[in-house]
Design a protein around this ligand. Sequence first.
Ligand SMILES: [Zn+2]
Length: 89
Amino acid sequence: MNCAERMKLLRAYRDVAAIYAESVNQMVDFVEAGLEPEAQAARRFARSHWETLETLRLALYRHEADHCCDRTSELAEEEMSEPAEPAQA
Ligand SMILES: [Zn+2]
Protein backbone atom coordinates (compact mmCIF):
# COMPACT_ATOMS: atom_id res chain seq x y z
CA MET A 1 0.00 0.00 0.00
CA ASN A 2 1.55 3.28 -1.12
CA CYS A 3 1.49 6.31 1.16
CA ALA A 4 -1.15 8.72 -0.21
CA GLU A 5 0.89 11.83 0.66
CA ARG A 6 4.01 10.39 -0.98
CA MET A 7 2.04 9.59 -4.15
CA LYS A 8 0.55 13.10 -4.16
CA LEU A 9 4.03 14.65 -3.93
CA LEU A 10 5.48 12.27 -6.55
CA ARG A 11 2.69 13.05 -9.03
CA ALA A 12 3.00 16.79 -8.46
CA TYR A 13 6.79 16.48 -8.95
CA ARG A 14 6.25 14.56 -12.21
CA ASP A 15 3.63 17.03 -13.48
CA VAL A 16 5.73 20.13 -12.76
CA ALA A 17 8.82 18.41 -14.24
CA ALA A 18 6.84 17.86 -17.47
CA ILE A 19 5.84 21.56 -17.58
CA TYR A 20 9.46 22.54 -16.92
CA ALA A 21 10.75 20.24 -19.68
CA GLU A 22 8.18 21.59 -22.12
CA SER A 23 9.12 25.21 -21.40
CA VAL A 24 12.82 24.38 -21.97
CA ASN A 25 11.90 22.72 -25.27
CA GLN A 26 9.98 25.85 -26.26
CA MET A 27 12.94 28.03 -25.28
CA VAL A 28 15.16 26.04 -27.68
CA ASP A 29 12.58 26.32 -30.46
CA PHE A 30 12.28 30.10 -29.95
CA VAL A 31 16.06 30.60 -29.97
CA GLU A 32 16.38 28.50 -33.12
CA ALA A 33 13.63 30.58 -34.75
CA GLY A 34 15.39 33.81 -33.72
CA LEU A 35 12.50 34.84 -31.44
CA GLU A 36 14.50 36.25 -28.52
CA PRO A 37 11.64 37.96 -26.57
CA GLU A 38 9.67 34.70 -26.67
CA ALA A 39 12.78 32.77 -25.68
CA GLN A 40 13.27 35.07 -22.67
CA ALA A 41 9.63 34.60 -21.64
CA ALA A 42 10.04 30.81 -21.92
CA ARG A 43 13.23 31.06 -19.83
CA ARG A 44 11.39 32.97 -17.07
CA PHE A 45 8.53 30.47 -17.19
CA ALA A 46 11.00 27.56 -16.92
CA ARG A 47 12.80 29.27 -14.04
CA SER A 48 9.59 29.76 -12.05
CA HIS A 49 8.74 26.08 -12.47
CA TRP A 50 12.25 25.03 -11.53
CA GLU A 51 11.72 26.68 -8.15
CA THR A 52 8.42 24.82 -7.69
CA LEU A 53 10.15 21.62 -8.77
CA GLU A 54 12.90 22.07 -6.18
CA THR A 55 10.32 22.83 -3.47
CA LEU A 56 8.46 19.63 -4.36
CA ARG A 57 11.67 17.59 -4.44
CA LEU A 58 12.57 18.79 -0.94
CA ALA A 59 9.02 18.22 0.33
CA LEU A 60 9.14 14.65 -1.03
CA TYR A 61 12.57 14.04 0.53
CA ARG A 62 11.44 15.42 3.91
CA HIS A 63 8.20 13.46 3.84
CA GLU A 64 10.04 10.19 3.10
CA ALA A 65 12.62 10.90 5.80
CA ASP A 66 9.98 11.73 8.43
CA HIS A 67 7.41 9.14 7.46
CA CYS A 68 9.77 6.34 6.30
CA CYS A 69 7.15 5.40 3.67
CA ASP A 70 9.90 4.92 1.06
CA ARG A 71 10.95 1.86 3.10
CA THR A 72 7.54 0.22 3.38
CA SER A 73 8.04 -2.28 0.54
CA GLU A 74 11.53 -3.13 1.85
CA LEU A 75 10.07 -3.81 5.32
CA ALA A 76 7.17 -5.78 3.85
CA GLU A 77 9.62 -7.99 1.95
CA GLU A 78 11.65 -8.58 5.12
CA GLU A 79 8.51 -9.47 7.04
CA MET A 80 7.42 -11.91 4.35
CA SER A 81 10.81 -13.63 4.27
CA GLU A 82 10.80 -14.22 8.05
CA PRO A 83 8.79 -17.00 9.60
CA ALA A 84 5.56 -15.78 11.22
CA GLU A 85 5.75 -15.50 15.00
CA PRO A 86 3.06 -17.14 17.10
CA ALA A 87 0.44 -14.58 18.16
CA GLN A 88 0.80 -15.45 21.86
CA ALA A 89 4.63 -15.07 21.96
ZN1 LIG B 1 4.39 8.83 3.68
